[in-house]
Design a binder for this molecule. Structure first.
Ligand SMILES: Nc1ncnc2c1ncn2[C@@H]1O[C@H](COP(=O)(O)OP(=O)(O)OP(=O)(O)O)[C@@H](O)[C@H]1O
Ligand SMILES: [Mg+2]
Length: 355
C-alpha cells in the first residue's frame, strides 16, 4: 500500500512555501476556483510519475521569477517510510528517495503508479493520435520499466534519422550509417509495438464491463490498438519504404505513428460519439487501467481532479464503488455538495484558500 502523509511545496506555481498533511484514505481538497487544488494533484504526479499529468513543462511550474522549485513528500510504501524529493532548476530535474539520487527514471516510474481522473482526459478520445500515444506511453511506463528505455532509445533514433535524411541530398547518402540506425530503430520499435499490443489486450479484459456498468448497458465500448505497421511486418515494410523516406526526408513508418481507436456502438468515437459518451468511455478507460494495476498489485495513489461535478449521482457512486478501501484517494472540488455525506464523513477534508 502506498500513501503520502506530508507534502511540502517550495516555489511550485502558486505555492511559494506550504506544508500540508494527508490521511491514508480519502482526502478531499475543497476550495474556490484558482485557489491551487489542481496544483497539489500535479505536485503529487511529479512525486510519483516524475512529471506533470498536465502537458506542461517543468519551467512553467516555477512560481513567478523563482529559479527552482521543490516538492517533498513523506510517503509510506508497504509500511516502509520513503522521503521522495523532486527538485527542478535550469540544470534540469533531480529526484531522490531517502536522500539517494534516482539514477534510472524508468525504474523509479515503474515502482508505483498514479491514476488520475481529470477533465483533460477527454482529449484522449477527442484529440489527435498523439494524445492516445501519450496515454499508452504514460500508462505502460508505470508497469513496465523496460518500456521507457525502449521508447527513449526509439525517439532518439527517429530524431537522428530524420535529421540525417534532411541534411543530405540523395547522392551523398551513406547507406551503412542508415543501416546502423535502422537496425536499432527496428529492434526498439518492435518491442514498443509488442508491449503496446499486450497492454491494450490486458485493458480490454475490463473495458467492456466498465462501459456496460457506467452506461447501464446503453453503449458498448471496444478498444483497438491500431499500429501503423504490425510487428511481424515492420522490418519488411520498413525496408520497402526506405526510398520513400529518403524522398520525403522523414521516417514514415513505425510506432511513432500508431493510434488507439475507441469504438462506441461500432463507430469510431473520435468522429461520432457525443460528449456524454466520450466522458463515459474515458471514465471506463481509467477504471480499467485502475483494475489492471490492482490485478498486478501495483502500489498506487488515485486522484480525481474536478471530475465529480460533471457526473450524475449514479455514476459518482459507481466510480466510488470501484476504488478499494485502503487506497489513498485525492479528490478536488469547489463544493462539498458534489460528494455524498457518507463519503464526506469518512474523509479528511482540507480547505484550500488563497492567502
Ligand atoms: N507558474 C505559476 N506561478 C504562480 N502562479 C501560478 C503559476 N501557474 C499557475 N498559477 C496560479 O495558480 C493558481 C492555482 O491554480 P490551480 O489550477 O491549482 O487552481 P484550482 O484550485 O485547481 O482551480 P479550479 O477550481 O479552477 O480548477 C491559479 O491562480 C494560477 O493562475
Ligand atoms: Mg483545478
Amino acid at each position: 500500500m502506498l500513501s503520502v502523509s506530508d507534502l511540502k511545496l517550495t516555489n511550485f506555481r502558486c505555492y511559494e512555501d506550504i506544508k500540508m498533511s494527508f490521511s491514508p484514505g480519502i482526502n478531499i481538497l475543497i476550495g474556490k476556483n484558482g485557489t491551487g487544488k489542481t496544483t497539489i494533484i500535479e505536485a503529487l504526479g511529479f512525486l510519483f510519475v516524475g512529471k506533470s499529468f498536465k502537458k506542461t513543462k517543468e519551467s512553467d511550474c516555477l512560481s513567478n521569477e523563482k529559479e527552482y522549485f521543490c516538492i517533498v513528500g513523506d510517503c509510506l510504501n508497504d509500511e516502509k517510510s520513503q522521503k521522495i524529493v523532486f527538485y527542478y532548476d535550469d540544470g534540469g530535474k533531480k529526484i531522490s528517495i531517502n536522500e539517494k539520487k534516482v539514477q534510472k527514471m524508468s525504474a523509479f516510474v515503474s515502482q508505483k503508479a498514479f491514476v488520475c481522473f481529470s477533465p483533460d482526459d477527454l482529449y484522449i478520445i477527442k484529440g489527435s493520435p498523439l494524445e492516445r500515444r501519450r496515454f499508452l506511453d504514460v500508462s505502460i511506463s508505470q508497469i513496465d520499466s523496460e518500456y521507457i528505455d525502449f521508447l527513449n532509445r526509439y525517439n532518439k533514433i527517429i530524431k537522428q534519422r530524420n535529421e540525417y535524411l534532411k541534411s543530405l541530398d540523395e547522392s551523398a547518402l551513406n547507406f551503412d550509417f542508415l543501416d546502423v540506425l535502422d537496425f536499432e530503430l527496428l529492434s526498439c520499435g518492435k518491442q514498443i509495438i509488442k508491449k503496446r499490443q499486450k497492454f491494450v489486450t490486458h485493458l480490454c479484459k475490463y473495458i467492456n464491463i466498465a462501459m456496460d456498468n457506467l452506461s447501464n448497458k446503453n453503449d458498448s465500448l471496444e478498444l483497438v490498438y491500431s499500429p501503423k505497421v504490425k510487428e511481424e511486418d515492420f522490418e519488411k515494410e520498413f525496408i520497402k519504404r526506405r526510398k520513400h523516406d529518403i524522398f520525403l526526408q522523414t521516417t514514415t513508418l513505425g510506432p511513432h505513428r500508431d493510434d488507439l481507436i475507441f469504438v462506441i456502438n461500432n463507430k469510431n468515437a473520435t468522429d461520432c460519439a457525443s460528449q456524454g459518451q466520450i466522458r463515459c468511455a474515458v471514465l471506463a478507460l481509467i477504471i480499467s487501467y485502475y483494475r489492471l494495476l490492482k490485478e498486478i498489485n501495483k502500489p498506487l495513489i488515485v486522484a480525481m481532479d474536478d471530475v465529480l461535478s460533471e457526473l450524475d449521482e449514479e455514476r459518482k457512486n459507481k466510480v466510488f464503488s470501484v476504488i478499494e478501501d485502503g487506497d489513498q484517494v485525492f479528490i478536488t472540488c469547489t463544493d462539498l455538495s458534489n460528494i455524498s455525506n457518507e463519503i464526506v464523513a469518512k474523509s479528511n477534508v482540507i480547505n484550500i484558500r488563497k492567502d
